[in-house]
Design a protein around this ligand. Sequence first.
Ligand SMILES: [Zn+2]
Length: 264
Amino acid sequence: MNESFEKDITWNSAIYLHGDEQERFEETVKIIPQDCSSLLDVGAGNGAFLNFIEKTKLNIQTKGVEYSIGGIRNKVCQSEIIQGSIHDLKLANQSFDCVAALEVIEHLPVSIYEKGLTELERVAKNYILISVPYKENRVNVTCPNCACSFNPNTHVRSFDEMKLKNLFIDFELESLQALGNKREMYFGKYRRLAKSLFGDKRFPAHCVCPLCFYSKNDGNHNVKSENSITKMTSPKTYIKIIKKIFFYNSPRWFIAIYKRKKQL
Ligand SMILES: [Zn+2]
């Protein structure tokens, strides 16, 4: 799992409870079914979503599972968050009415992705709630220390309607909605290239390089200049014009709710 999840800055609640994220929480809570009295949040992070449920849906019993000690250390909710991984939940079969994994499955390495989805199905009694970035065109950043290229948000896969429809075996998709707003680039199959040329490639403050563990906030790395490696840094005004002409508005997230299939 990526080292950035062990850093306090990653779990700064301001990042998670700001602007669009607030809208995502509101919409996600709205689609929790009425007959749901217990919810497990897998990949609960610092418990920001559990905190949101505590404030808005008092009749639901909640619990979290989080892999990173960093997330649990920065807990912002009343609910218990236990340390564990999505691919080995250590909870009884069908022990929660609803199991949620919000902004989680796009991070899962190949080795635990399938097992993780199976575990959600095993622990959920009636519903599974999933949110993922909307048809994400993932663009890498370059580490200023070792020059390796990686996704700054540690997203290793992206999702469209078809992928989400076929995510589970024993659960079927009940509703799927797109929400939020982001600027996305035209160009069809060339947009990944275009985004890598004109998109924002700065090394984000919360990032930890998965290869050399460089982080902007460490201060003990002797890095001469980020610009020596970051390619094609265009003037700000030029980028502004490009963005006006070639970008369009796109939703930011998918939220999906799945219901257990009826036994024949
Ligand atoms: Zn590196």
